[in-house]
Design a protein around this ligand. Structure first.
Ligand SMILES: *Cc1c(COP(=O)(O)O)cnc(C)c1O
Length: 416
């Protein structure tokens, strides 16, 4: 046996090999899952650092353990940078991820059984916005709004009506599978009318908001939650931004309400990502994400692939494959074999079941992080349409996988 403190390759060749293979996979394929990205190498360094070793329950200056000089400085750096990046009064960077960040918001504003409202999963919302299988739907009296059948855009009239009937304590807006701009001002009107706290969950789009290519919820939503690892390119983590009047309630809900010690390596990673998000390079990255999505959308439309809402304003595309007569799962599995990795997804008013739905969901953040642009998106659109129209053609899938790998070799994947 190697010594306990030996490097990974000596201690556990099996895990080391799996990590190496995963790095290779992330390099050799086109990653289109819109919630995924390549975290900055600098962030990965911070996450794997000695910050992991420190316990620091509490907040800067009010910890329950000694030895916090460096940890306090790291956390205050992350908070200060987020406050200036987004223009908010307060930031909490301790949520372990996006779901715990949302749960902390429920804890801050609601008692068990209180009425809450969010966008349904089927219409592009997140499980934590009140879905029945989630604690958010089990422990709270949840009602859900959706999208209009006519154009698959958020149905504000129905949401307003539901809010008047239900008088929810909090209203979640924000999405995981919605290709259009979110009208935060319209949600704020609805929340104000019924006295609800508006919570904007910008997990998918926080990088687009920071980069100035999606309108900000600041000034409309009193509370903003987000993951830090999607378009933001930081570590796996969560954050809550809010108005000064909610700062205490949010901090208490995260700790001691929901969590113990914060993950300090993650906190450092958030500080780094927030620093990078303020640069002109990041603004260009955010713009390129959106530009690439539009080019890919056009390429797919030109091959007769239907897109929910007919296109995209953001980083995400939702394909409705019913007119191609291919189930989403069949398409996603064939695409994976061709080196194009996406996920199957329900489309609004889907006639198929969630585990075997009619659509696939695509996103451009990871490909854009590799420096790919319009030419690559056009090639990808052609490959995807070829696969969708020939899901059983193994020779074709293998040929495209080779071409994808060749193209990827010209665009180094960060950290791989
Ligand atoms: C990804 C996501 C979450 C959950 O984040 P996890 O880190 O997976 O817990 C919550 N809300 C929205 C809108 C998301 O897209």
């Amino acid at each position: 046996m190697p010594a306990l403190d030996a490097p990974l390759a000596e201690v556990d060749a099996t895990v080391a090999d799996l990590i190496r293979k995963e790095a290779q996979r992330q390099h050799d394929v086109l990653r289109l899952i819109p919630s995924e990205n390549y975290a900055y190498p600098a962030v990965m360094e911070a996450c794997g650092s000695v910050l992991n070793n420190k316990y620091s329950e509490g907040y800067a200056g009010k910890r329950y353990y000694e030895g916090q000089a460096n940890i306090d400085a790291v956390e205050e750096l992350a908070i200060g940078r987020l406050k200036s990046l987004f223009g908010v009064d307060h930031a909490n960077v301790q949520p372990y991820s996006g779901s715990p960040a949302n749960l902390a918001v429920y804890l801050a504003f609601c008692a068990a059984g209180d009425p809450v409202m969010g966008l349904s999963l089927a219409a592009g919302g997140h499980l934590t916005h009140g879905h029945g299988v989630s604690i958010s739907g089990k422990y709270f009296d949840s009602v859900q709004y959706g999208v209009r059948e006519s154009d698959h855009r958020i149905d504000f009239d129905a949401a307003a009506k539901l809010a008047r009937e239900k008088r929810p304590k909090i209203i979640f807006c924000g999405t995981t599978a919605y290709p259009r701009v979110i009208d935060f001002a319209r949600f704020a009107e609805i929340a104000a009318e019924v006295g609800a706290v508006l919570v904007a969950d910008i997990s998918h789009i926080s990088g687009l908001v920071a980069g100035g290519v999606h309108p900000s919820p600041v000034g409309h939503a009193e509370v903003i939650t987000s993951t830090t690892h999607k378009t933001f390119r930081g570590p796996r983590g969560g954050m809550i931004l809010c108005d000064a009047k909610h700062a205490k309630a949010i901090d208490r809900a995260v700790f001691p309400g929901l969590q113990g010690g914060p993950h300090n390596g993650t906190t450092a990673g958030i500080a780094i990502a927030a620093k990078l998000a303020a640069t002109s390079d990041f603004k260009a990255y955010a713009q390129a994400i959106v530009d690439n999505a539009k080019v890919l959308a056009e390429a797919l439309l030109s091959r007769g692939v239907d897109l929910v809402t007919g296109g995209t304003d953001n980083h995400l595309i939702l394909c409705d494959l019913r007119s191609k007569d291919v189930p989403g799962k069949v398409a996603a599995q064939a695409l994976d074999r061709a080196g194009i990795v996406c996920n199957y997804n329900s489309v609004p008013f889907d006639t198929r079941k969630p585990f075997d739905p009619s659509g696939i969901r695509l996103g451009t953040p990871a490909m854009t992080a590799r420096g790919m642009g319009a030419d690559e998106m056009k090639r990808l659109g052609t490959w995807m349409a070829d696969v969708i129209e020939n899901t059983g053609d193994d020779a074709l899938l293998a040929r495209i996988a080779g071409e994808v790998k060749e193209m990827c070799s010209h665009f180094p994947a960060p950290g791989c």
